[in-house]
Design a protein around this ligand. Structure first.
Ligand SMILES: Cc1cc2nc3c(=O)[nH]c(=O)nc-3n(C[C@H](O)[C@H](O)[C@H](O)COP(=O)(O)OP(=O)(O)OC[C@H]3O[C@@H](n4cnc5c(N)ncnc54)[C@H](O)[C@@H]3O)c2cc1C
Length: 390
């Protein structure tokens, strides 16, 4: 085997997060070898055709390369074309078609085994960053028939679905989008969700995500009211047969639903075998949130691969914070202060209402001061009178 390739940082994965980390490493002049097993942004290519992201374009751009789109948020096609143009625009070197199959601690850092188009490569690096995403493994339901040819855990689009009976299982964004797209394409859709209603998103989420999710949920309800889609809450699939899906209802009775195509869109799990091979803990991938380092010194995680440790931060814009922290730690700089999450940024008030509310608050404050002054003056007068009576 030829001599190993030497580098400071080995970066694995070229999804949006891997690209953001690569851009920041390049900005700070840190040497890096970047490997991607498929094409750039391979997993975004699996998203349903025509899907529109919920995040606005400004939050999805990478490094200093602006993402310009006709609408506020990009479609899957626009974003894919943008991501694939990023290495050229930012002068990044991504080795596509290179699958990192092993990472082991070695003297002075790590030894990686990489399977490329021209055979295996040996790579030595001081640090490793895993930006390998979380779409590697579908979350299986563990029911009979899950592996039948007409069953899929990924939605590939609506081609050829018109007129077919499609059963979709799940209540998250992927399931809602797939159900809406299939109904629009003329398929006979049944959406099965285990909850008694769709989840109401609140708390730590961006406002546009909350609104986008609520809008999609409402669109599904509207399609159901129009009779273009059957919505079955409180149901779980128990078995899949070549042309039937068995759904268990709340009353413990099974219903048999005829189906030509079944999509089980119940989420994904990251593949943490590389972390485990290096001696890390797959149950708690990130050991220190200030640096994004795992419990193997020098091995970092960025992006959605961290979701098992911290499920709330799985958006592309969180990657900016991840890459800042990793690069600061690599350079021995103090950890940057925690970025205020976007959903907690204070809303700036503008316009006449804000103007009036400011004036009212000012008057109230003034009124309060006057009242306090009057009370104090009253107390003084009262004291003086009492003194006079003595
Ligand atoms: C339907 C849908 C809608 C979404 N909408 C939004 C949205 O509006 N806003 C938002 O912020 N997020 C959204 N997301 C989430 C967003 O897509 C993910 O957060 C993002 O793709 C994560 O990027 P990543 O780089 O961490 O992982 P990925 O995009 O999955 O990239 C990981 C890359 O690593 C590569 N890889 C994996 N293992 C290896 C290996 N061993 N060797 C080499 N390469 C490897 C993979 O091929 C892949 O290209 C959405 C997700 C879905 C499914």
């Amino acid at each position: 085997m030829s001599d190993p390739l030497e580098t400071r940082v080995a970066l694995v994965g070229a999804g949006p997060v891997g690209l953001e980390v690569a851009a920041r490493l390049a900005q700070r002049g840190i040497e890096c070898l970047h490997f991607e097993r498929g094409e750039i942004a391979d997993t975004i290519a699996w998203f349903p055709p025509g899907m529109r992201f919920l995040s606005p374009s400004v939050l999805l751009s990478i490094g200093d390369a602006p993402l310009e789109t006709a609408d506020r948020a990009p479609t899957r096609e626009e974003y894919l074309a943008y991501l694939r143009s990023v290495p050229r625009r930012l002068g990044l070197d991504v080795r596509t078609g290179h699958d990192v199959v092993d990472v082991k601690p070695a003297s002075g850092g790590f030894a990686l085994r990489v399977r490329g188009p021209d055979g295996e490569l040996d790579v030595r690096s001081r640090q490793v960053v895993l930006a390998i995403g979380e779409l590697a493994f579908p979350r299986l339901l563990g029911i009979p028939g899950e592996d039948l040819p007409h069953v899929s855990h990924y939605f590939e689009g609506t081609d050829g679905l018109a007129g077919l009976r499609v059963v979709i299982v799940g209540g998250g964004m992927s399931a809602l989008e797939a159900a809406e797209a299939c109904a629009e394409a003329g398929a006979k859709v049944l959406l099965s969700y285990r909850g008694a209603d769709f989840r109401r998103y609140g708390g730590p989420r961006r406002r546009d995500h909350r609104r986008g999710t609520a809008r999609r949920q409402e669109a599904i309800r509207e399609l159901s009211r129009q009779g273009r889609l059957e919505l079955c809450f409180s149901t779980t699939p128990t078995a899949i047969e070549p042309d039937v899906v068995r759904l268990r209802r709340e009353d413990d009775h099974d219903a048999s639903i005829a189906a030509d195509r079944v999509y089980l869109l119940t989420g994904h799990e990251p593949d943490l075998s590389l972390l485990a091979a290096a001696g890390g803990n797959p149950e708690r991938p990130v050991a220190d949130w200030r640096t994004l380092e795992s419990d193997v010194p020098g091995l970092y995680l960025a992006g959605t691969v961290t979701s098992r440790s911290y499920a709330k931060r799985r958006f592309i814009h969180d990657a900016r914070d991840h890459s800042r922290r990793i690069v600061a730690h690599l350079l021995g700089e103090p950890a940057p202060p925690l970025a205020r999450p976007y959903w907690r940024r204070p809303r700036r008030r503008r316009g006449p209402v804000a103007h009036w509310s400011r004036r009212i608050r000012k008057r109230l404050r003034r009124g309060l001061v006057r009242t306090r002054r009057a009370i104090r003056r009253g107390a003084r007068v009262l004291k003086a009178r009492l003194r006079g009576h003595r």
